[in-house]
Design a protein around this ligand. Structure first.
Ligand SMILES: Nc1ncnc2c1ncn2[C@@H]1O[C@H](COP(=O)(O)OP(=O)(O)OP(=O)(O)O)[C@@H](O)[C@H]1O
Ligand SMILES: [Mg+2]
Length: 297
């Protein structure tokens, strides 16, 4: 304590010797200038990071209603790619091969909209569309929408036992939201069906709003592929009215009922409007040895 008192007294004496003035203390060096952040930069830092496109898509698909198709009914309707367990039906392998070819071609060209049509009725368009869709759904990263464009004789709801009262045609008219009517049988597969016949199918399919509605659905749900289940070509002009909206088309012909002449006419008309992926011969009762090389699973 004495030492402290002595040090204070010494300091006072030194100050008195200097005439009570404070000793020269060097001025502090100027502080380096720290640039102030602009308010928008701060809000950018504080704002949450937008989710990745993959997460954004998962979030967009989550609210869509789900339903579980009946396995027996799917089998009866020849949706052979529906089952995910047990031994694969031989038809399922053929659809898986078709899926891979179509995906490769569409990805290589940056195409996302595929129409499925046929010359006459009952060639197997809906069966093909659903088999392709369920085959695609086995690739978890691939998201597919199946849109029923047959507004005169809708069949998808019945084929899959989907109940409801809002039809896809109402979405096209801009009177309902896709999110409120689409049904998901798988996490990455959404179906948009019609429950009733539309009053003016041709006009609807070439309306000025349809392009906007489809783009909006794609923007919101980001499907890798949208499959449009079309009406037959030779009975109405509905399909041709819509072909300007799609990137490519698959023509389904039925062995023993579609003639070569019909295939030729339809292929030519389609090629004038869009890209023809090919002609699929369905309902073949006889396969040559080359077509059925046996199982490899
Ligand atoms: N490969 C096949 N072999 C035997 N029957 C088939 C085959 N593909 C489809 N079918 C049957 O043919 C009928 C018509 O099939 P689907 O409804 O798919 O044809 P569509 O072309 O969509 O008919 P629509 O012109 O009425 O829309 C159905 O009973 C279906 O089960
Ligand atoms: Mg059909």
């Amino acid at each position: 304590m004495d030492k402290i008192q002595a040090a204070i007294a010494k300091a006072r004496a030194a100050r008195n010797e200097l005439g009570g003035e404070a000793p020269d203390i060097p001025a502090p060096a100027p502080m380096a200038k720290v640039p102030l952040r602009r308010p928008d930069a701060i809000s950018r830092i504080l704002a949450p990071k937008p989710p990745s496109p993959k997460i954004a898509r998962t979030l967009a698909w989550q609210p869509l209603a789900t339903f579980a198709p009946n396995a027996k009914q799917m089998e009866r309707n020849r949706i052979v790619t529906f089952s995910t367990s047990g031994k694969k039906a031989s038809g399922a392998i053929a659809y898986d091969m078709l899926r891979t070819k179509i995906l490769q071609e569409m990805r290589a060209n940056g195409w996302r909209r595929l129409a499925i049509t046929s010359p006459g009725p009952k060639c197997g368009k809906t069966t093909t569309a659903l088999n392709l869709a369920f085959s695609l759904s086995k690739q978890p990263e691939t998201h597919t929408i199946v849109a029923e464009m047959d507004m005169r004789r809708p069949s998808l709801a019945k084929t899959l036992s989907i109940s409801g009262d809002v039809s896809f045609s109402t979405v096209i008219e801009g009177k309902a939201d896709f999110a409120d009517m689409a049904m998901r049988p798988r996490p990455n597969l959404a179906l948009a069906v019609n429950h009733t016949r539309a009053r003016n199918p041709s006009e609807l399919l070439q309306s000025s709003t349809i392009g906007k509605v489809l783009s909006e659905i794609e923007k919101q749900f980001d499907p890798d592929l949208t499959i449009f289940d079309m009406p037959p070509m030779l009975v109405t002009d509905d399909t041709m009215a819509f072909m300007g909206q799609v990137d490519c088309v698959l023509l389904v012909a039925a062995a023993e009922s579609t003639s070569l002449g019909e295939i030729d006419i339809c292929e030519r008309d389609l090629a004038a409007q869009t890209n023809v992926l090919g002609v699929m011969l369905n309902k073949c009762r006889y396969m040559d040895n080359e077509s059925g090389k046996g199982r490899y699973d």
